[in-house]
Design a protein around this ligand. Structure first.
Ligand SMILES: [Zn+2]
Length: 532
């Protein structure tokens, strides 16, 4: 007798091939049969009229901040996500040596204010990793390695510091990280020269590990920044994942096709490079990253002292006017920057910098400095920095994958504060509902491939991301007529519509839209036959 039988669904198997109506049987956590008349099962789900797909693989997330307080991964499970890749953009919560725990907590306060930072090695972190509803793929972050080795100093590492970073990287890989992520757009990663990244790339190559990058610049410098990531893959022979590919800044809008051609050419000459995207024109980031990188040299205290010192703000204002906001380029106006979360002024959540400036009778930069000073640099914002035409050009490119760049949140408990980016709740439903069904920008099968089989191939995941006999039973059942995002910028803590059931390693985690509380997720590690 099977554990579970799913009857009558239109199966979109994650390979890109057309849907077919077939029953699916699950036993021992795996898919054991596809066909008709598969026999008895302890549990039968009648999925007539629904689509059955592989569980979605969220290839780019920051849910590592939230798992200790939201192990049910609510906002991800409710989208149909069954595997999350964490530790992105150069940020990981480990390793955290005793003398750097405070610095790491402060550095990541704008991203994971609810994470219980404490001293740990990467091995200790993996050892104590919470049981979660989703499978988890771990990466170690370059910003974290640099912060715990060199601090926030704008210089190259000394030889002994470089050896230490390589050793920490190798320890993390041995403990279960599948690779290194970088976040070269912001301090302290921004202080690293390409040579430093190549040295780390060689350490990755010697262990068959991978590299992912939030590249050095996503505005006018995006072409050179993407070239840098591709060059690392090409010279070190490691797989490169370019995170949340975009063209940011009004002065660069319209150049998505040029950027995609660059990546396509690298793929064409055999470089192992993939990229992912979140389907929105807005980004979310710590507010301080809109300011010039030199302001952040030395850390938060020094930054706050600088923005309070006479003569600094006019220089910053001048840089923003001529070069734009840090690595994001020029923004339409301060109306385009909205507060997501600031502990010092909870009532600011959802309001724009322009509104706060008007209320205070000052300009936008003054409002920015006011909020940053009051919450010691921990403010998080949402910024309108991309053009819809570029977002669509990227999304309809067949080889671009889908990643939320989001944190698993819940509309209750510690992660329910503020007005976070709606992508944390809506990414996958938005692609399926808005872009595939309503706008017909891509077919359902293509959209699902980008979230499943395509992501599994990029990660080297063994036996996931596809519905076939012998694969792990990570499955999502949804109504193709109603699947869609329900969250908005004003009301982001809303689960999507149309997701009926989600199964992880054979266990039902979402049952008729309700979370069962099951925590069947596993930490997936690199082994001789891939990541599994
Ligand atoms: Zn990023």
């Amino acid at each position: 007798m099977h554990d579970l039988l799913i009857r009558g669904a239109d199966v979109v198997d994650g390979t890109g091939t057309p849907a077919r109506r077939v029953d699916v049987a699950v036993a021992g956590g795996k898919i054991v049969a596809l066909g008709d008349d598969l026999g008895d099962a302890r549990r039968v789900i009648d999925a007539t009229g629904s689509v059955l797909a592989p569980g979605f693989i969220d290839i780019h997330t920051h849910s590592d901040y939230a798992f200790p307080v939201n192990p049910r991964a609510e906002s991800k499970i409710r989208q149909g996500v069954t595997t999350e890749v964490v530790g992105n953009c150069g940020y990981s919560v480990a390793p955290a040596p005793a003398e750097r725990v405070g610095a790491l907590r402060e550095y990541l306060a704008a991203s994971g204010p609810f994470y219980p930072f404490r001293e740990t090695t990467f091995a200790g972190y993996v050892e104590e990793f919470p049981r979660t509803s989703v499978n988890v793929v771990l990466q170690v972050g370059h910003n974290t390695l640099r912060l715990v080795t060199v601090g926030m100093e704008p210089r190259a590492p000394r030889a002994d510091e470089m050896r230490h970073m390589v050793r920490l990287l190798e320890e993390a890989l041995a403990a279960g990280a599948i690779g290194l992520s970088s976040g070269l757009f912001t301090a302290p990663g921004a202080f690293a020269a390409p040579e430093e990244m190549l040295a780390l790339g060689k350490a990755l190559a010697s262990r068959g590990a991978a590299y992912s990058s939030h590249v050095r610049n996503e505005a006018g410098g995006v072409f050179a920044a993407v070239d840098e990531a591709i060059a690392l893959g090409e010279s070190c022979g490691v797989h490169v994942q370019i995170a949340h590919v975009k063209v940011s800044g009004t002065e660069n809008w319209g150049s998505a096709d040029k950027l995609l051609a660059r990546i396509d050419a690298a793929r064409g000459r055999g470089v192992a490079v993939d990229c992912d995207q979140y389907p929105y024109t807005t980004a979310t980031n710590p507010l301080r990253n809109l300011l010039p990188t030199w302001l952040q040299e030395g850390g938060i205290d020094v930054m706050l002292a600088r923005i309070a010192a006479p003569g600094v703000r006019p220089r910053v204002a001048d840089e923003i006017a001529t070069r734009g906001c840090g690595a994001f380029g020029k923004l339409p106006s301060w109306d385009a920057v909205r507060i997501a979360l600031t502990a010092a002024h909870p009532d600011y959540a959802g309001r724009t910098i322009a509104e706060i400036a008007a209320e205070r009778g000052t300009d936008g930069l003054d409002a920015v400095c006011h909020v940053l000073t009051d919450d010691r640099g921990a403010t998080r914002v949402i910024l309108e920095s991309m053009a819809e035409d570029d977002v669509r050009a990227i999304l309809k490119t067949p080889w671009v994958l889908v990643g939320s760049d989001g944190v698993a949140l819940a509309p209750y408990g510690p992660t329910s504060a503020g007005k976070p980016h709606p992508r944390y709740y809506g990414t996958f439903a938005r692609v399926l509902g808005h872009y595939a069904r309503e706008l017909r920008l891509l077919s359902l099968e293509q959209a699902i491939w980008k979230m499943t089989g395509g992501a599994a191939a990029a990660l080297g995941l063994a036996d996931r991301g596809v519905v076939r006999e012998g694969a792990w039973a990570d499955l999502t059942i949804f109504d193709p007529a109603t699947v869609g995002e329900r969250g908005t910028y004003d009301d982001p803590h809303r689960y999507p519509s149309g997701i009926r059931a989600v199964i992880v390693n054979g266990d039902v985690v979402l049952d008729e839209g309700e979370h069962t509380g099951a925590l069947p997720g596993r930490v997936l590690r690199r082994g001789p036959h891939g990541v599994g």
